[in-house]
Design a protein around this ligand. Sequence first.
Ligand SMILES: [Zn+2]
Length: 128
Amino acid sequence: MNLINIIQEVVNNFIYETKIVVDDSTFPPQKIDPTQYDAENDIILVKSSYDTVKDPAGWMVHEKVHAKLRNTPDDGKQYPSNSIERAAYTEQFKYLKQKGYTFDQIFTIPTMEHKKRYYNILKNYWGK
Ligand SMILES: [Zn+2]
């Protein structure tokens, strides 16, 4: 690897890791998710109450997929059936599987309970 590649990788990692922690009150009250990808500014907004290091529900994993797919058009389907959400949840679920969760157990994780309304759609992203 030459120096240009190394610098490029460092820059990419920096951008990829960029996130901004905000006060919980900055999020609209109806927004229960602790994280949100801001595509316009290419940043991940995170409620200050969410631990981005432990990432207990895998939301950082989820938002990083949004960041990675920033320039990928989605298929326009409704949330969470669209192709981008499918990719984001699939990665998030791989991470939660590694932590030892079963599909049903993930809805007991704080910040995940409200996603139970999408149970049948999300089940498809969990896989076998
Ligand atoms: Zn998402």
